[in-house]
Design a protein around this ligand. Structure first.
Ligand code: SF4
Length: 360
């Protein structure tokens, strides 16, 4: 899939290419957690232990050229799979190995949290999203099962250009669809899709998501001045997918996206909140749960995840694996845990100036 030069370029950016078409890269939040500086927003929202999370993809290639993506426009794109197909077990084993190799240097870090570092040697979660379109990989379901057999939970992010892969998808721990635009024309500008029928594919993917009983999320990446428009149109699309959770997140001005967008396109935390409120106003089935300021992201959840003592958006991973082992149907409400931090967001404070990096 990659030329030697493209591979070298990715390695220069601290990726490790695995086999012919997969890759891993240590997430900035994994490193932060090992340094004892806190975890990612998925820790706060869902209980993902950031130090035990592997960030990877099973396909570096993608069928879009999203303007906000940190990938360069030289990264491989294709509508069809036209490469060899690596074995799922090989991808899992080599990805875990590469992830650990990349983390080895952290053992000597002076501010290291030793307990956390030791725990980081056991991968418990995989976020399949890093770069490209992971679901394109022809043996994706086998890959998912392989991760689950090893006790590794699966977060899968897709841009909705392969509806048939979503229709036939085996249960994952949490499925994401990226919703980057409220209408067809805006999506053409924002995502620069290769498929001429990109909008129909996207709509079919939303319909496929609606059929899933396991945990589903739609993520909006807000780009100021470009797609922060038409909350009613977003609401209509969201109704079609009927996700359990909606993440409303700021575009981050990182990587090669800086050549296509300006820093001013990155919404402030307050802008994200304002848009989340606009959306909530037209989505009566959802409520605002909490947010994560450093990532400028707000979580909306379906009211069914709220009990008398508060929100239950965390994942009971033990229960999830038990249900899988027993061959039971994976139903979102059956493996939840109480969300520990249910603080209502404070939006009157200034957005902190922090280091930004790519995060799935
Ligand atoms: S890859 Fe995603 S889920 Fe994993 S630590 Fe990073 S931000 Fe969190």
């Amino acid at each position: 899939m990659l030329t030697e030069q493209a591979k070298k370029e990715l390695e220069r950016q601290h990726y490790r290419v695995v086999g012919e078409h997969s890759a891993v890269k240590v997430c900035g939040w994994t490193k932060k957690m090992i340094r004892g500086e806190g975890g990612c927003y998925k820790l706060k929202f869902y209980g993902i232990m950031s130090h035990q999370c592997l960030q990877g993809t099973s396909s570096i290639s993608c069928a879009n050229r999203c303007t906000f993506c940190w990938r360069g426009y030289k990264a491989p794109v294709s509508k069809e799979w036209k490469w060899g197909v690596d074995d799922p077990e090989f991808i899992i084993d080599e990805s875990v190995k590469a992830h650990h190799d990349l983390l080895v240097g952290y053992g000597g870090y002076e501010k290291l949290n030793k307990k956390i570092y030791e725990e980081s040697k056991t991968v418990k979660h995989v976020a399949l999203s890093l770069t490209g379109e992971p679901i394109m990989y022809p043996r994706f379901n086998e890959l998912i099962k392989g991760f689950h057999n090893k006790g590794i939970s699966t977060f899968v992010v897709t841009n909705g250009q392969y509806p048939e892969a979503i229709e036939t998808l085996e249960p994952v721990t949490q499925l994401y669809i990226s919703m980057d635009s409220p209408n067809k024309e805006n999506m053409r500008v924002v995502d620069k899709p290769l498929f001429p029928d990109y909008w129909d594919r996207f709509l079919r993917s939303l319909d496929a998501m609606k059929q899933k009983k396991f945990r589903t999320t739609v993520r909006l990446t807000l780009i100021k001045g470009i797609n922060m428009i038409e909350p009613e149109s977003y609401a209509k699309l969201l109704g079609r997918a009927d996700p359990d959770f909606i993440e409303i997140k700021a575009y981050m001005w990182v990587g090669e996206s800086r050549e296509r967008l300006k820093k001013e396109n990155m919404p402030f935390y307050e802008d994200v909140h304002a848009f989340a409120q606009d959306l909530k106003a037209v989505l009566p089935e959802y409520e605002l749960v909490t947010d994560h300021k450093p990532s400028r992201v707000v979580l909306l959840a379906k009211k069914k995840f709220k009990k008398s003592d508060g929100w239950y958006t965390w994942i009971d991973f033990e229960k999830f694996f038990t249900l899988l082992q027993e061959g039971k149907e994976i139903i979102a409400e059956e493996f939840t845990k109480r969300t520990p931090q249910q603080t209502m967001p404070k939006i009157d404070e200034a957005t902190p100036e922090i280091e930004f990096w790519q995060e799935d």
